[in-house]
Design a protein around this ligand. Structure first.
Ligand SMILES: [Zn+2]
Length: 277
């Protein structure tokens, strides 16, 4: 066990510590699990805070801008006041929202002006859930949970709802953004945690909204077999991932991500015929 990062007492999750990396040592989450599935070496380095992945900070703020709006008025006001970088401070656009945030406002408007969405997106917002899956602690945060009507919803922003991603099995661009980002894994875990915490089996929905100048929107549900397969993937992969976290197993390097390239040492020669797998 990594003593520096390991706390003996189990932390109770609250809105203020939910994203604290200390809690990620105690509770697995769909986000971290997917990081480990992508590259164990990078994920453990990030968990130990010895590596920080390059990601687009604006994209994260834009996503949270939208989420905070549908959480509550107070949450959105607080979020906007904490992000003055959304407003242009120079040139002819001074004082106005920057382009990426204007898109976020359009995304908010398209949902906020939609009757079906307004009736559907009712329930408790940003609900923290915890439980055990296969003996390990997990955490989740539900965007919108409606226990009375037996469903929950997760807001997803995406470039284009109908964009096809490369599918290694079919060698075609026929994979939807839902499966490309393994959102079925998140939905399966959330469904299980809600069931454990509240005793109700809720149906998961994704509310997708696109980042196009004129945003598209769609409520999406998941075929049962996708949820079952996702839960099986969790159960099969998590033992080893947990052993990587405790230091009992060596992390596997993917050899293709930024982290693996940044730490690569030449130790072999390969044929030009074998460069492309
Ligand atoms: Zn890697």
């Amino acid at each position: 066990m990594d003593k520096q990062n390991y706390s003996r007492t189990l932390m109770t999750l609250t809105p203020s510590n939910y994203y604290d990396i200390k809690t990620d040592w105690q509770y697995m989450s769909p986000t971290w699990f997917k990081k480990f599935l992508a590259c164990e070496a990078e994920a453990i380095a990030e968990l130990k805070q010895s590596w920080k992945p390059e990601n687009d900070p604006t994209a994260l703020v834009v996503g949270n801008w939208l989420h905070s709006f549908f959480e509550s008025e107070a949450a959105h006001e607080r979020f906007v006041s904490e992000h003055p970088e959304a407003i242009s401070s120079r040139g002819t656009t001074k004082g106005r929202l920057k382009k990426a945030f204007k898109v976020a406002e359009n995304m908010i408007d398209t949902l906020d002006n939609d009757d079906m969405f307004k009736k559907f997106y009712q329930g408790d917002k940003e609900v923290i859930v915890t439980g055990k899956i296969g003996g390990y602690l997990w955490k989740g945060k539900i965007d919108c949970l409606n226990l009375e009507r037996g469903y929950f919803a997760d807001l997803k922003t995406t470039a284009d709802i109908y964009k096809g991603y490369y599918n290694a099995e079919t060698h075609k661009y026929d994979k939807s953004f839902v499966y490309e980002y393994n959102y079925q894994l998140q939905m399966a875990v959330y469904q299980e945690l809600i069931k454990q915490q509240f005793g109700i089996n809720c149906k998961p929905y994704i509310v997708a909204v696109s980042k196009q100048a004129e945003p598209d929107k769609q409520v999406i549900d998941l075929p049962e077999y996708r949820l079952t397969n996702a839960m099986n993937q969790v159960l099969e992969a998590q033992e080893h991932i947990q052993r990587v976290i405790t230091g009992e197993d060596k992390p596997t390097r993917c050899e293709h991500c930024d982290y693996c390239r940044s730490t690569k040492c030449l130790d072999n020669v390969i044929s030009a015929d074998d460069l492309i797998a």
